[in-house]
Design a binder for this molecule. Sequence first.
Ligand code: B12
Length: 397
Amino acid sequence: MSSPTETLKLKEAVKQLARQHGFPLVGIASAERFVEAEQSLLERIAAGFFAGLSWFTAERARFCCEPRNHMADACSLIALGISYNALAAPAASGLRGRVARYAWGRDYHHELGERLKKFCRDLRTICPPGIKLKTFVDHGRIVDRAVAQRAGLGWYGKNSNILTHQFGSWVFLAEVLTNLPLPPDAPVRTHCGHCQVCIPACPTGAIVAPGVIHSDRCISFLTIELRGPIPRALRPLIGDWIFGCDVCQDVCPVNRKAAVVAPSAFAPEHGVGARPELLPLLGLSDQEFRQRFGHTPLSRAGRRGLLRNVCVALGNLGDPVAIPALQRALGDPEPLVRGHAAWALGQLAEKNPGCQTYSALQERLSRETDGWVREEIALALRLAQQETASRSSQASS
Ligand code: B12
C-alpha cells in the first residue's frame, strides 16, 4: 500500500505526463457509475431525442454509464482535454460552405488515439506493475462529458457542451480508465448563470431546455450522423453548414474569450478547412472523396452524405451559378444526392426569377426510377412551375 503522500505524488506525475503528451486539460475522477448521466440519457431516449441515432439504445446508455463494465476493478478515470480552437484565414470569394471547427483539420480520433497510446506507454513506466489502462475517445462506450465534468475539467453549458475556463467548449475529450487508485479532483463550481444565448440561437430549435439537445433536430446530427434524406422542413434552417454546426458555441460568451491554440493537427491546413468551395465538391468521385477527406472527420458522412449537405447549402445560398453543377448532380449514382440536388434546384428557381431549372428537372423525371427522388423532383418542379407561371402572368399584365 502506498502512503497518501506517495499517491498524491503519483497523481501529480500522471498529470504532468498527460500535459507533456499534449493534453493541457487533465483531471482525475472516480470510476463510480454515472448515475445522473444514466438517468438523463434514459429519459432523453424515452422522449425520442435520440431516435435518429439508432445505435444509441437504452442498453448502450446503461453500459456507457458504468465504467466497470470495461474493467471490473477500475478505480479511476484520467479525464483529458485538448483544444482545437485554431484560427482560419478569411475565406476567399466563391460559393463556400461552412464546416464545424472541430472538423477543420485532421480527424481527432486518429490524433488523440496516437497521443493516448504514447501517454499510456509512458504511464506504465511511472506506475506500479500490474496497472491496467483502457483508453477512450468519442466512440468508446463511455460518457465523455460526464467524466470531464466529474474530474473538474469544466462545467456543463446550457448548449450541453463542457465549457472550460481556458479554452471554452472548443475542446475534445478523452479518457483513460485504470485500476490505479488516484485521489479524485473536485468538479468546478462555475455554471452559465442567467446566460442562455445559445438556446434561441440554435437555427433548428434543437436545444429544447437548458442542457437538453433534441439530437434529431441538431444540425450536427443532420449533416453528420443522419444517413438518409434531411427532413424537408429542416433543410432551409441549415444555411450553409455542410458538416456539423457551431452556432450554439459561436454565440457563447465564454468561447469568445477562449485561448487560441498554436498550430496543430487540427488546423485548417491539415484537412478540409473552415470554408470549402462547394461546386468542386459536387463533382467528387468516391475515390477522390477518400483521398481528400479520408484523414478528416468528414469521412464519417461519406461521399453521399457530404454531397447531400452541399446540395442543401447551395439551395439555401440561392446563387444561380450553382445551377449547372446541380443539374449534373441530378445524374449522380446516389439517389440521396439526386433528390437533394432536385430540392436545391427548386429553391434556386424560387429565389431567382427567370433562371432555367425546369427542363433539366423534367428531363430527369422522365428517366428517374427511385420513388423518393421522383417525389423530390415533382416538388421542385412545382416550385419552378409556379415561378414560371408568376413570371408569365406578370408579363401579360
Ligand atoms: C451522441 C453525440 C452527439 C449527438 C448528441 C449530442 C448530445 N448533446 O447529446 C450529436 C450528433 C447531436 C452531437 C453533436 C455534437 N457533438 Co457530439 N457526441 C456524442 C457522443 C458520442 C455521446 C454524447 C452523449 O452521451 N449524449 C447524451 C446526453 C444525455 O449527454 P449530455 O449532453 O452530456 O447530458 C448531460 C447534460 O445535459 C447534463 N444536464 C442535465 N441536466 C442539465 C441541466 C442544465 C441546466 C445543464 C447546463 C446541464 C444539464 O447532464 C447530462 C448527463 O451527464 C459524445 C462522445 C461520448 N462518447 O461521450 C460526443 C461529444 C459529446 N460531442 C462532441 C462535439 C464536439 C459535438 C459538436 C460540438 C460537434 C459539432 N460542432 O457539430 C456537436 C454539439 C451539439 C450539442 N450542442 O450538443 C464532444 C463534446 C466536447 C465538449 N466540449 O463537450 C464529445 C464529448 C466528443 C469528444 N470526445 O470530444 N454529438
